[in-house]
Design a protein around this ligand. Sequence first.
Ligand SMILES: C[S@@+](CC[C@H](N)C(=O)[O-])C[C@H]1O[C@@H](n2cnc3c(N)ncnc32)[C@H](O)[C@@H]1O
Length: 224
Amino acid sequence: MIPWEKLAKGKAPDGQVLELRRRGHEYLIYAGGYDLMSSEDDTSSLALSEYGCAHLGGIKKARVLVGGLGMGYTLRAALDQVSESSTVEVAELVSSVVEWNREWLGELAGCPLNDSRTRLLLEDVRKPIRVAKNSYDAILLDVDNGPDALAHKQNDGLYGKRGIDSAYDALKTGGVFGVWSFDDDPGFTRRLEKRGFAVQTHRVSASKKGRGRYHQIWAARKGR
Ligand SMILES: C[S@@+](CC[C@H](N)C(=O)[O-])C[C@H]1O[C@@H](n2cnc3c(N)ncnc32)[C@H](O)[C@@H]1O
């Protein structure tokens, strides 16, 4: 087995240390003592946009928000689903992750940061969600382990009542709140439904190689 090579280290604004590692063709982002994501687990990251942007086909000028960047798969899949005049904003908390995408990871997902429809926001995704009102056609969240946030404690707030209210207000009617999670969370589904979202859940394979691991995607539609 090829050993992991440490390529770079970065720090989030909350002090959390992240590391980029490589083993053969596989890359790993490691944060807070656990594997935040592997480049081999692209399937569920792509599925987040596939389910979260499925309604955007007929929209000429869609506005989508992705949080966070990671290895760029969710951003790539969102770009692939929207028209040429659309905008996909990607909010990333950690500047090193952006640098790693420019230096090492970009090719994994076809260099989505170079797409002219991409707008990079180097900030906590909570900020653009809080500021926007009836603005986004889709908000796609994959910032942590899911509703049971592990890497950054403050991410809990995105999945609680206030976070759900903010996402609801930031979306246009008919817009979709897409959320990735390591596992199912019935309490999160209930909170979404209580706020008025029409919720669909999807259990998706973590990677193309299968390995028997599954992740959870919520596609929650505002209104009609
Ligand atoms: C699991 S990765 C995302 C993987 C991504 N779906 C992909 O396709 O590669 C999580 C990313 O979210 C970032 N992040 C964590 N909390 C955040 C927040 N509150 N706002 C913006 N980005 C955040 C992390 O630094 C990391 O880059």
